[in-house]
Design a protein around this ligand. Sequence first.
Ligand code: AGP
Length: 609
Amino acid sequence: MCGIIGFSGYIDAEKVVLEGLKELEYRGYDSAGIALQREDSDIPYIVKKTGPVKELEKAVLENRVESFCGIGHTRWATHGGVTDVNAHPHHIGKVVLIHNGIIENYQELINSYELKDKLISETDSEVACHILNYYYEKTKDPFESIKRTVGVIIGSYSFCIMFSDIKDTIFSIRNVSPLVAASCDKGSFIASDVTALIQYSKKYFVLPEKVIAEIKKTGIELRSPDGKKVEPDYLTVDWDVEAAQKAGYPHFMIKEINEQPDALERTVRPRIVSGMTDFSGDNIPDSLFTDCSRIIIIACGTANYAGTVGKSIFEPLLKIPVNVYIASEYRYEDVITDKNTLCIVISQSGETVDTLEAMKLASQKGAKTLAIVNVKASTIAREADYVLYTHAGPEISVASTKAYTVQLAALYLLAAKMGELRGCLTNDEASEFTKAIENISDTVKKVLEYVPAQCKHVSETMIKSKDAFYIGRGLDYAFSLEGALKLKEISYIHAEACAAGELKHGTIALIEKDTPVVAIATQKKIFAKTLSNVKEVKARGAFVILISRGDEEIAEETCDILIKIPSMDDRFAVFAVAVILQLIAYYTADGKGFNVDKPRNLAKSVTVE
Ligand code: AGP
């Protein structure tokens, strides 16, 4: 959500900024803009355009300028519509500014700084630009003016700022919204995430909150608001540039689906020592797992659905209450949370603001927090008491695939460890459970070999439909939630998950001739019950795609398409089913000709509430 790139250095700034914006496109945006300092004038070259970065690039290249310092932005509209004027950068007086985040008190600021008649756009960001220019005119001091500006702002922000009378320098500051920075022999860079920097440097740092960065071609200096020098904590990216490229695949999504066996290996292997689950490499003490009497899982979207599967695994095993909360709901509900609560938050990006704030709230209420996160050193990873990194590598497609299955794997590892430590599993049972986790990667590999053709076949029916339903019971219901989300977010088909037993209480009214129903029936103990529900929808004309176990006898007339998963412990079926549901969604969206990796209105990292 909103991408920021800034560069000051020795090479063509226009190229660096435009390339950076292309790398950040996956975050989701609806307009883009660039500001370049000119070598021969104090007036910055600013171009802003709605639509894709390539439209912006076309416009920028119509009028080349020589520049070695510039900033760029992809905007995901919050305040004000998708227009060229509302796109960033904003330029007021000597200040050029881009912003990611939300200024909550912008209306009050408009009143107190008498900006009503001065505003050109409808954005909260322009308000910050006016205030900064006001203080800069007053103080002539970039640090002082930035300090005073953020001092009156309530909300989240990452700012990249250029002053037209300060050459070759970008100033940045952030609160909540992410920014990372790096330097190399080509110059200095600042960006919303490392994908925009990795081609220049694998060494980077996260800009500490409320610290002002002065980004010059010679390097980056950090100062706290009281003027003290701050030393950055350097990190190293543990994946290569190629990992964030398509590598011959038509889309990132299908590449990432196929990367799942390796991602699962990377997440699971290091945590198995002598056949048992072991988190000592993650510095997670056993007491975290033994000292709690309740678990709450907090996350959004796909990560939340991973949590729903987690609940169905944890609760019968650990015999303690486990509840899953949508982060934005947890924040405003008075959920029982105390010092006996283990709060597990799940986030691929580690920047989802609702998840972050919900985690902070749980922590304030006394809970211990454990974050399952994919992006190293992200805000959630840094703020949690403990972190369990998944090692999916960069996930570029907005639709989460490999990040989901590794989140599940992390939850299964936790279940094994907690089961063992709390005496819910004998040593032999814990070792057997761990062995099954070790085998997940092979299962996914096997499924990826034989299901694509069947999923493509399913997509031919999906493409023709306006609605689709996903049904299942128990764990299968948890899987179906993710299946429906996957389909709707990239194919724009209305897709709904329904607990199979609930159909008769309303949803079945929507089933008519040829309505696609994806029925998931992998759980032995409720197989017959789910099958009765399949018969009910079939009797009303539904086109049934049944996903079931290889060892289950299923009469031909039960469904229209049958996809079988390998026979395995029911609890692990999700990994096979996930791949099938991902592929159905992928082929449907691709078959409809949609931009699979960048669905409309969505952002990869949701950094606003
Ligand atoms: C899933 O395909 C979506 N892109 C979305 O639901 C996502 O899982 C959600 O926004 C949570 O993101 P996070 O894992 O980065 O916190």
